[in-house]
Design a protein around this ligand. Structure first.
Ligand code: GCO
Length: 482
């Protein structure tokens, strides 16, 4: 669509649908700090980060962004940035310090104040119930390998629905369950640091079950709420024909292992057997429960994965599934990377949106999509002018918002976009060394500095269209500082 401005020069207006939601996302352990305040119990991430050698620099989430004590100031910041929604997660062990049993009222009160503060500022809360911080008490009782943990999660979901549900419309049960099973229980590079294929496979099934059980509880407690979950999805591409078969396997193990049960009620046949839960764990009715209709699927998209024939090269990247065989992760030299070393390819987001849209089954008719996370780490710093000029992030944003705009034109039912992340924060095993925020945090003083990317995002959020000066230059990517 094009329009003509008053000076008579043609410009392209790339507007988003009315009501499109512009938000920012965070997670409890990454921002809250106050790890032992007001009765909070430990989670697996407290234990893991306090174990020497697990997190870079020995960093922990003990203080993080101190959001627990600074939420009013941060809410004002969100308001000033024109955000329409704030995605945050609830620390389960603030609510139930050991993961089951008595409720810690101080924990409920914190989230009650947070939701009230958002509502006062007309920012919609978007809640994630589980963003990786399983109460340590439940891990000690078998963790996600124990079917009972799924039941405990459903109880906790119900507690939260009753406590704050009347003011919260958007709920996500789980964030990136694939990362929990794979990084947490198979590779051991995230909490709780387990390296066991059988436990990882059981975790996969019980996380899905937890999602299904919690969705049913939320649905009956909050009939008008919109329910979904956030899946990490990466398009998997073969860089040569040799890698094609492995790419199908890697796609199954990376994406479909959670997406297929949710959308279709079945595990992907292409995944290798050791990745899948054994039949003995799958009880009658489980798959129906897991594929309970949702209102939305949240997509967390960061990067594509490429695979190529190994030719004697051994991959050291443990995150990327290879699909087995003589195939390794590949970094196409023409693609820039972020400070995480992740490939930047906005077209991958477009493709993933199209894939998920085309796979929404009849059972999920009416299901919408959100981008629940998208963003990049960059080597940000406050320059001598007091400015954080994060041109790499602006470039990343430009490419990816162009991709979602095109996807919407091509029929993708996308209702919103959440930038990862509002604040620089505790980036899991990378500690504080990787900065994903649109707001810079000086962790020593907790001073916040609005980055230039946040100004650009603010403009987009308040005008509901892409900047005119972005038109006509293609994705215009700038290589990240690597
Ligand atoms: C994720 C996470 C975030 C990460 C982000 C960058 O869900 O992976 O939700 O917690 O910080 O993805 O790695």
């Amino acid at each position: 669509m094009s329009a003509t401005d008053t000076s008579g020069s043609a410009k392209t207006v790339r507007a988003f649908p009315e009501g499109f939601v512009w938000g920012a996302a965070t997670a409890a352990y990454q921002i809250e700090g106050a790890a032992t305040a007001d009765g909070r119990g430990p989670s697996v991430w407290d234990t893991f980060s306090h174990t020497p050698g697990k997190v870079r620099g020995g960093d922990t989430g003990d203080i993080a962004c101190d959001f627990y004590n600074r939420s009013e100031e941060d809410l004002d910041l969100m308001k000033s940035l024109g955000l329409a929604a704030f995605r945050f997660s609830i620390s389960w062990s603030r609510i139930q310090p050991t993961g089951s049993g008595a409720i810690n009222q101080a924990g409920i009160d914190f989230y009650r104040r947070l939701v009230d503060g958002l509502r006062e500022r007309e920012i919609a809360p978007a809640i994630t119930l589980f963003h990786w911080d399983l109460p340590q008490g439940l891990e000690d009782a078998g963790g996600w390998a124990n079917r009972d943990t799924a039941e405990r999660f459903a109880d906790y979901a119900q507690i939260m629905a009753e406590a704050i549900g009347s003011d919260c419309d958007d709920w996500m049960t789980l964030n990136e369950p694939q990362v929990v099973a794979n990084q947490g229980y198979r590779l051991g590079i995230h909490a709780p640091g387990v390296t066991d294929d059988a436990i990882a496979a059981a975790t996969t099934h019980h996380l899905l079950l937890a999602h299904g059980l919690a969705t049913q509880r939320l649905r009956s407690a909050l009939p008008a709420a919109k329910l979904g979950l956030a899946l990490n999805l990466n398009v998997v591409k073969a860089a040569d024909s040799f890698a094609e078969a492995a790419a199908v396997v890697a796609d199954a193990e990376q994406n479909r292992i959670f997406m297929d049960p949710i959308l279709h009620g079945s595990y992907p046949a292409a995944a290798r057997p050791h990745m899948l839960p054994p039949e003995s764990l799958i009880e009658d009715g489980d798959m129906d429960l897991i594929s309970t209709p949702l209102d939305f699927i949240g997509i967390n998209y960061y990067a594509p994965f490429y695979l190529k024939r190994a030719d004697g090269v051994v991959s050291t990247d443990r995150r990327t599934p290879t699909g087995g065989g003589d195939v390794v992760p590949f970094m196409p030299p023409h693609l820039p990377t972020t400070a995480m070393g992740w490939l930047i390819e906005p077209q991958g987001l477009y493709e993933m949106l199209k894939i998920v849209t085309s796979e929404l089954p009849d059972k999920q008719s009416g299901c919408r999509l959100y981008i629940t996370e998208n963003g990049c780490a960059a080597e940000d710093y406050v320059d001598p002018n007091g400015v954080v000029n994060d041109v790499e992030r602006i470039s990343y944003l430009k490419g990816h918002l162009d991709a979602i705009w095109r996807a919407i034109q091509d029929g993708v039912p996308l209702d919103g976009y959440f930038q990862w992340s509002l604040l620089d924060n505790f980036e899991w095993a990378y500690g504080y060394q990787k900065r994903f925020g649109v707001v810079f945090v000086d962790f020593g003083t907790q001073k916040r500095t609005i980055k230039q990317s946040a100004r650009v995002y603010q403009q987009i959020a308040t005008t509901n269209e892409l900047p005119h000066e972005w038109a006509g230059e293609g994705a215009g990517l700038i290589a990240g500082a690597v």
